[in-house]
Design a protein around this ligand. Structure first.
Ligand code: FAD
Length: 464
């Protein structure tokens, strides 16, 4: 049995390891077009911002990352497993190998070895497409202009680092999604002045209801980010091959570092070439076993749709845990075992300076757009007993179905780990629980951690 995986990051490497463990007799081969495998792209903003190195030198460094064959580079800390470690587990990793095409009838791939320039045909019995997403590139974005960046992978981050070391002083971030927000903080930490340009009325538009987006805006402004909303981008200005600014509908913004973070699109070219069916989101349609519509071909990770357990719709929400979970399921099934991916509930979390933001399920706006009869309650409280030092504000919005009280979603904003309370709601959404179930729950209490009536319990009592 020859199992071939295309893409060597979260979904691909989870699948490869799992397949090999499930069936030690199987030959497992991973083709990765880049130089890096198995790394946490989620950590890139924190490495760029210098926070990862700072915490490591402060002695808060957690895992021992003494990996032998990781290049000597600040981004090496993000690597979880190296090609050598994978080989030790019986997984063959081919770096700098780009899969150019799939012939599903012959069950072969055409693979370009980017180092030698040679293309060879590789057979498979089971194939996993774990090709991820690509950043959306607006028409006005040139292919190469010094100082202009997207952020998806380690080479992108190395490019940003080079611009920073080249003395960049003014950054323009195009797009107020979570990557743009995390990078606003990172670049500010590196001493740049930061302008954020957002086409919509508020940042974090796709993740939160308007009431909570305002808190994100206030935090950005409090931290000295020059946020300009309702602004459309028209082009870039440059001199001597270097970016000098961004042309917007509201005038020119000077910048020597421009980060374009306006969304991603699933990489589905290989899937299409193989005749695999895509879903209405444009991502690969898979069943609960991560099988595509073509026999022997599986898909997992950011390039796939998943079933949203609250809306019961297929959605494209590309996130790290989802990619790992899907990869694990695909690995088991490709190797002859049985596993099912139960779907997602739309949980996400990020930090913007001193504000932590978490959400799960549906926002009120999403529930309305799906025609659900939903109500929301907002509670502002403190994240632990008010009399206890360091109690900080926390905002909870709970959304439930009118009448039945079935929980539909939550948004929690606050400080530090306090917003990890979102996991309570995520767990309840997985079991289709109601606000009444939440109201009756035995949640943990001691003054350093919460009030006796935790803010979640208070919010549950308010949703009517
Ligand atoms: P990818 O990580 O995109 O890997 C796909 C791989 O396939 C790539 O290495 C690519 O080179 C390779 N490939 C593609 N086509 C081919 C081909 N034809 N031949 C060979 N190889 C190919 N998620 C969270 O849950 N929480 C976070 O806080 C978070 N923060 C993030 C911050 C940033 C800056 C970024 C960029 C992402 C973040 N994510 C976060 C998202 C998370 O990183 C992704 O969900 C995860 O990496 C998806 O893994 P994947 O394996 O599906 O795809």
């Amino acid at each position: 049995m020859r199992i071939v995986v295309v893409g060597g990051v979260a979904a691909g490497m989870s699948a490869a390891s799992r397949a090999r463990r499930q069936n030690p007799a199987a030959e497992v081969v991973v083709f990765e077009r880049g130089d890096w495998i198995s790394y946490g792209a989620c950590g890139l903003p924190y490495v760029i911002g210098g926070e990862v190195q700072e915490r490591r030198t402060q002695g808060n460094h957690v895992p021992e990352s003494t990996l032998q064959d990781v290049p000597d580079d600040e981004f090496g800390v993000l690597v979880a497993r190296t090609p050598d470690q994978m080989r030790g587990q019986g997984v063959s990793v081919r770096l700098n190998h780009e899969v150019l095409g799939v012939d599903a009838r012959a069950a072969t791939l055409s693979v370009l070895d980017r180092s030698s320039g040679r293309t060879v045909q590789e057979p498979y019995d089971r194939l996993l497409l774990a090709t991820g997403v690509a950043p959306v590139r607006p028409d006005w974005l040139p292919d190469t202009l010094q100082g202009v960046h997207v952020l998806r992978d380690i080479p992108d981050a190395q490019g940003i680092e080079a611009t920073l070391r080249g003395g960049a002083k003014r950054a323009a971030i195009v797009g107020g999604g979570y990557i743009g927000l995390e990078m606003a903080e990172a670049l500010k930490r590196r001493g740049l002045s930061v302008v954020m340009l957002e086409a919509g009325p508020e940042p974090a538009g796709r993740m939160l209801d308007p009431v909570n987006r305002r808190l994100v805006r206030e935090e950005l402004e409090r931290q000295g980010i020059d946020l300009r909303t309702g602004v459309t981008l028209e082009g870039l200005s440059a001199k001597d091959g270097r970016v000098t600014g961004v042309q917007t509908s509201a005038g020119r913004v000077r910048a020597d570092l421009v980060l374009v973070a306006v969304g991603v699109r699933p990489k589905v070219e290989l899937a299409q070439a193989a005749g695999v069916r895509l879903g209405h989101t444009g991502a690969v349609r898979v069943n609960a076993s991560q099988q595509t519509s073509v026999a022997g071909i599986y898909a997992a990770g950011d390039n796939c749709e998943s079933l949203h357990r609250v809306s019961r719709r297929r959605v494209h929400i590309p996130l790290g845990l989802t990619a790992n979970r899907m990869g694990r399921v695909a690995g088991v099934n490709m190797a002859g075992g049985e596993a099912r991916f139960p779907g997602i509930v739309g949980t996400g979390i990020f930090r913007v300076f001193d504000l932590s933001v978490a959400r799960t399920g549906l926002t009120q706006q999403e529930a309305d757009s799906y025609g659900l009869k939903a109500v929301s309650a907002d509670v502002k409280s403190s994240d632990h007993a008010g009399y206890y030092a360091d109690a900080r504000p926390i905002w909870v919005r709970l959304t439930a179905e009118q009448g039945s009280g079935r929980l539909l979603g939550a948004q929690i904003l606050g400080h530090g780990d306090a917003v990890k309370r979102i996991d309570v709601i995520a767990a309840l959404l997985h079991s289709r629980a109601s606000v009444h179930d939440l109201e009756d729950m035995d949640l943990a209490y001691a003054p350093p951690f919460s009030s006796v009536w935790d803010v979640l319990l208070v919010a549950a009592g308010k949703v009517k």
